[in-house]
Design a protein around this ligand. Structure first.
Ligand code: MF3
Ligand code: CO
Length: 260
């Protein structure tokens, strides 16, 4: 069941979307060789609470952190740990914040120091595919149009699309209907209507699309252990226009000329 939001309700979702965006901006300041992912998690948890929010991932279905940490071959849902980031790593930071009764969800994959050019291309392409998906998110289109746009963009560049994990609706709950896959056929799936608020989140691999879930029951990685990238925005359809509620501008302010 898709919960369409009124324009007033969408306004009420902006603080959560802004806080999750600012949280990723704060984490961006600390991403460098030598930092543990556990440290990043603590920084995010404190930042969210200091700003009147609630870290929604923490304890969700037993998830042990504020941040999902996605180092190199990790696709989604990695745990914060004692792992120390190294030059050449990539790390996706995915988190959900609750504020004023609503959720905001965003993810950004960062380069740690200098990374290999082919990995940089994976990041760039995945981030571009997010905006290609958002472009297809228009009133009257269908969810399959978003899915197909992301898939076509990435596969044309010889990357592969993770199929087992999807984007989703969002509101008072972190995960609402509809599912928003990153692969599929045009003209299929639910019609995109005013009041829809969804998370679009391409998860794109350099090697094969296959994934495995680790023994911890959460950590999802590529089967071939090649890198995977992930970017996510929360977007709303209001008055026939698509509005990106989250923003990477805070990250841009931190990364400056390293922002891609
Ligand atoms: N953006 C992630 C998702 O939609 C956030 C997961 S939080 C967790 O799945 F608690 F489930 F890990
Ligand atoms: Co999400």
């Amino acid at each position: 069941m898709i919960y369409l939001k009124t324009p007033e309700q969408i306004e009420q979702m902006r603080p959560a979307a802004d806080l999750v965006s600012r949280t990723l901006g704060e984490v961006a300041r600390w991403i460098q060789p030598g930092v543990t992912t556990h440290r990043l998690d603590t920084i995010a948890r404190e930042f969210i609470r200091d700003n009147g929010g609630k870290p929604a991932c923490l304890g969700y279905g037993g998830f042990p952190g504020t941040l999902c940490i996605e180092v190199n071959e990790t696709v989604v849902h990695g745990f914060p740990s004692t792992y120390t980031l190294r030059e050449g790593d990539i790390v996706g930071i995915d988190t959900v914040v609750e504020k004023d009764g609503y959720m905001g969800d965003s993810c950004y994959t960062f380069a740690v120091g200098d990374i290999a050019p082919d990995v940089m291309d994976l990041l760039r392409t995945t981030k571009e595919s997010l905006y290609v998906g958002i472009e297809a998110c228009r009133e009257g289109n269908r969810i399959g149009d978003i899915a197909n746009a992301v898939q076509a963009y990435c596969e044309a560049r010889r990357y592969t699309v993770v199929r087992e994990m999807c984007g989703h609706g969002i509101g008072r709950d972190m995960h609402e209907d509809p599912e928003v896959p990153n692969y599929g056929r045009r003209g299929t799936g639910p019609v995109i209507r005013n009041g829809m608020v969804i998370c679009i989140e391409p998860m794109i691999n350099m090697g094969s699309r296959n994934i495995v879930i680790e023994q911890d029951g959460w950590t999802c990685r590529t089967r071939d252990r090649k890198p995977s990238a992930h970017y996510e925005h929360t977007v709303a359809v209001i008055g026939g226009k698509t509005d990106i509620l989250t923003t990477f501008d805070y990250i841009k302010d931190v990364l400056k000329d390293k922002f891609i």
